[in-house]
Write a protein of this length. Sequence first.
Length: 358
Amino acid sequence: MGRIGVYIHIPFCKSRCIYCDFFSTTQLDKREEYVQAVIKEAQNRITQPADIQTVYFGGGTPSLLSVEQIKRILDAINPINATEITLEANPGDLTADKLREVRKIGINRLSIGIQSFRDDELTFLGRRHNAAQAKEAVRMAQDAGFDNISIDLMYALPNQTMANWQYNIDEALKLGVQHISCYCLTFEMHSRLFRLAEEGKITPADEDTENAMYDILCEKLAATGYEHYEVSNFALPNRHSMHNSSYWNDTPYIGLGAGAHSYNGSKRRWNIADLSAYVKHMLSMSKYWEEETLDSEQKAMERIMLGLRTSNGILATPDLLTKAHPFLNSGQLCIKNDRLVATQSGLHILNRLIEALI
């Protein structure tokens, strides 16, 4: 299969954030049995550990696992040649000792879910850390020797001002991290945020505000040396997320754990998104996943959907150039090295571009 990535879904959270629609659970007492099930899945599915290029512990909140539990999962995966091993973490879970210990077991990249440097915004989002803890978590990680740190931010919160958003960007830049992921707050149908909007208790930011916040983000980060390599992701040179890039460039990956997805180049597979059912199926070795085989048309559509998200774009075939003509004229698409690439204004209407090209 060649080089692959491995994603491990750790679904545990102490509480659910207001915007969350991912598969997660607050049943923290189930952590050990879940870890055992993930280890069993890893042992059954990973046959060529030397091919593993990246490992990513996502969630949920992977930092709620003990260092010993994380190590046991890593040992089962045995990523002997992996160059990037990432742990997502909540600032409130990080201590100087834990950071030193996770680094010792092979974690070499952290993705810290900060979201905001304003306490009022963190409270609204349902985050369980404050701004001071967020900054301290990054400093402790740097002191522990981590030199590949990513942080997450959110923008277009209800009633968020441009000044407050610029403050968040400026505070992020002061920390000197290597990677910044920024997401527009979305109102997922099964989230508490969606229900509050439906009940008229909060009002989503309008499209003009979203676009203006995105533009100032791109301008500030570009001016500070960050490369805008994917619609929501910015990195210093040579610090792109290798693991996340595999999702956008057609690299195969294995997903371990409840709700995790896998892709082998021709098939997509997804595990059952139920903690108890996943553990039960792993113990009995009964089927715990579903899958689909992608035909050539589906693969072509996915190349467009995923490729247009990146600064590398998609190959400018004659058929695509015909469809892209209006957007090339309007400046929302451009051609770079025989590839169609979305411009800054094009990223504002990315979904429309994708629909038009598909």
